[in-house]
Design a protein around this ligand. Structure first.
Ligand code: T5A
Length: 210
């Protein structure tokens, strides 16, 4: 059986990750591909419990190092329990955020040492990297305005605007260094145009698979 493909969705708050993950899931299902949708932090019982802590706006004393380690604790469980078994069984895994988020939020946003993040990533991932990452890029004011329309701000959404400017810059830097894996899409465009670009990236991946 062929290993499935691993696709991650990245971007700041409100960029459209969840909306477009659902779009890709439907698109692939229409092509007869079995899909597993998941998210980080989360995706397992342990990961969802860690997510609750990470997003809890009352956890206002959390230090950046604790934040990073919690994210990787959830990720390690997620990889072993969900992602690797699903890929091995031939499913395509669509993941709402993965390790690029740690470089962007904890590295660029919280200013943690990137070599430490890389060390944790090597240990947790053991060579697992997404086949494709769709980076939805949007200015922070616009992204947050979209995100804040829906619910009360969580611990991250309560951050100042310049934090998200750093996170966004961190993502764009990652895209510059991994142009083969990361497809950067202007998420300020109407959804139909965003999804046209996404469809092209998915078609390229499908054609490599044949
Ligand atoms: N985190 C996570 C870390 O710090 N480190 C890590 O390593 C990891 C994995 C998780 C938090 O954890 C942090 C980062 C995050 O702060 P989350 O829930 O995964 O949080 O992420 P959010 O960004 O908060 O999720 P959102 O739901 O806010 O954003 P999405 O998923 O990007 O946006 P979506 O699809 O829900 O869309 C938002 C709204 O915009 C509309 C949608 O309809 C929706 O109403 N929309 C558009 N409107 C117009 N035009 C378009 N092109 C549109 N696209 C979407």
């Amino acid at each position: 059986m062929n290993r499935g493909k691993f696709i991650s969705f990245e971007g700041i708050e409100g960029a459209g990750k969840t909306t477009n993950l659902t779009y890709v899931a439907d698109y692939l299902a229409n092509h007869g591909i079995s899909v597993r949708q998941t998210r980080e932090p989360g995706g397992t019982r342990l990961g969802e419990a860690v997510r609750d802590i990470l997003l809890d706006a009352t956890q206002d004393q959390m230090v950046p190092e604790a934040e990073l380690l919690l994210v990787f604790a959830a990720r390690t469980q997620h990889i072993r329990q969900v992602i690797r078994p699903a890929l091995a069984a031939g499913h395509w895994v669509l993941c709402d955020r993965f390790t690029d988020a740690s470089y962007a939020y904890q590295g660029a946003g919280r200013d943690l040492d990137k070599t430490r993040i890389a060390w944790l990533a090597d240990w947790a991932q053991q060579g697992l990297i997404p086949d494709l990452t769709l980076l939805l890029d949007i200015p922070e004011e616009q992204g947050l305005a979209r995100a804040r329309q829906r619910s009360a701000p969580d611990r991250f959404e309560s951050e100042r605007l310049d934090f998200f400017a750093q996170v966004r810059a961190g993502y764009l830097q990652l895209a510059k260094h991994a142009p083969g894996r990361i497809t950067c899409i202007d998420a300020t465009q109407p959804l139909s145009q965003v999804q046209q670009h996404i469809q092209q990236a998915i078609q390229r991946l499908l054609s490599h698979d044949n």
